[in-house]
Design a protein around this ligand. Structure first.
Ligand code: GLY
Length: 418
């Protein structure tokens, strides 16, 4: 098969690594990709949100399958446009991707289908926001639309919440924050569950736990994720079943019954509260760095799983997983998630990647004019270790990180520590 993969982050590097390993893959093209993906396929310079160019390229290949990594092209309707050209694409349509693209849509959908979640109040003006914030006190303020992972503020006080609501309504995230959702703040450990949905059926993929804060001890600003563990330590098999029965399968049934069947990966962000798991958010794609911690454990051919998802045949599909644990440590540019310098040289990556129990996935890297690997993004590398226990996987991951020569980078030293 000729496969076109869309995206350029660590998540897409992990996807490229898995797709290239499939016996079904004859040719892999990645738009736009990054230097770490070059061994797996051809890189073409088309941006992930350039919907028309991607469709033209896929038509000319011609692609037998397009795999969409990030949320923006999904929400912009890339899969719909490819389907109009009869090109099979892995990922939900724009309407189904609203589960991530609109927080208000997702909350109202869960309410219609009795899916457990905190109380929520959509608003489009500051006076209404203040009314709900005063009633809730400590609460969560969310921009309705996509805000590159920055549109959620967990406010300890009503004053903080009002300040966040004002900034967002005043245009902090443009049209994405013209509407907000004010939510009750719930508490408990967080975990994520990943499932495949084929429009009707839903099967469990795997679980993971992200580390969102920039610094050790869960301090510092929120980031896209500084490291991850799989399986998620807190999601035992009983809880996995509960999440599948009370959340994931009702999503599959509900989207089908509303005429917007969901096909693709559903990423369920969960809070494990005293009264059971509740939905914090849905994402319509793999997580980053969750893909880098989950895919090394996959023992089933990923392309077959994607085809079963597109062809509505997950009901007969069996996914197998390595029983080992995986831990991913993200190496970021100093300053991230704020401003950072670009162009520092990274050395000795090869020594950290043995392709068995130590893997290095690239994100914000580029080759400079002299062919040296340099850091050009915020999150730059994701280093994954595998082991028979979480502790063994953690030790393997940090052993690999220590081999990488990049003084301008930083990483958390407490990923997966108990
Ligand atoms: N790691 C969080 C995300 O991918 O949204």
């Amino acid at each position: 098969m000729k496969i076109l993969l869309i995206g350029s982050g660590g998540r897409e590097h992990a996807l490229a690594w898995s797709i290239a390993d499939s016996p079904l893959t004859q040719q892999l093209v990645i738009a736009p990709g990054n230097p770490g993906m070059a061994p797996y396929g051809k890189l073409v310079d088309i941006a992930a949100d350039d919907i028309d160019e991607i469709c033209n390229y896929a038509t000319n290949m011609p692609a037998d399958l397009v795999v969409v990594g990030p949320e923006v092209p999904l929400v912009l309707g890339l899969v719909d446009k490819l389907n109009e050209r009869n090109i099979p694409a892995f990922g939900p349509t724009a309407t189904a991707a609203k589960l991530e693209g609109s927080k208000e849509f997702a909350r109202a959908f869960c309410q219609r289908h009795d899916i457990p979640q905190p109380a929520f109040y959509p608003v489009d003006n500051y006076a209404a926001a203040c009314q709900h914030i005063d009633a809730l006190g400590s609460c969560v303020i969310k921009a309705d639309g996509l805000a590159a992972g920055k549109g959620v503020i967990v406010a300890d006080t009503a004053a903080q919440a009002k300040d966040a609501a004002k900034q967002m309504l005043d245009g902090q995230f443009g049209a994405a924050s013209a509407r907000l959702v004010i939510e009750q703040r719930i508490s408990g450990p967080e975990a994520s569950l990943f499932a495949l949905l084929d429009g009707e059926n839903a099967i469990l993929m795997a679980t993971a736990q992200d580390h969102k804060r920039a610094f050790d001890g869960n301090t510092g600003p929120n980031t896209g994720g500084m490291g991850a563990i799989s399986p998620a330590p807190r999601l035992n098999p009983e809880l996995e079943i509960e999440v599948m029965e009370r959340i994931v399968k009702p999503v599959a049934r509900g989207m089908h019954s509303e005429g917007t069947p969901y096909r693709g990966i559903l990423y369920v962000g969960l809070m494990l509260t005293d009264s059971g798991p509740q939905v914090i958010e849905f994402n319509c794609r793999f997580g980053d760095p969750e893909a880098q911690v989950i895919l090394p454990r996959l023992r089933t051919d990923i392309v077959s799983a994607m085809l079963a998802t597109i062809n509505n045949s997950l009901g007969h599909f069996d996914m197998r997983w390595d029983s080992r644990h995986a831990v991913t440590v993200v190496m970021a540019n100093q300053g991230y998630p704020g401003a950072y310098k670009k162009g520092s040289v990274i050395k000795n990556i090869e020594a950290a990647d043995n392709q068995t129990d130590q893997l290095v996935f690239h994100a914000g890297t580029a080759n400079d004019a002299d062919g040296q690997l340099t850091a050009v993004g915020g999150r730059v590398l994701a280093v994954t270790g595998l082991g028979d226990s979480q502790d063994a996987a953690r030790a393997t991951a940090y052993e690999a990180v220590a081999k990488i020569d990049w003084p301008e980078g930083f990483y958390r030293r407490d990923i997966a520590s108990k």
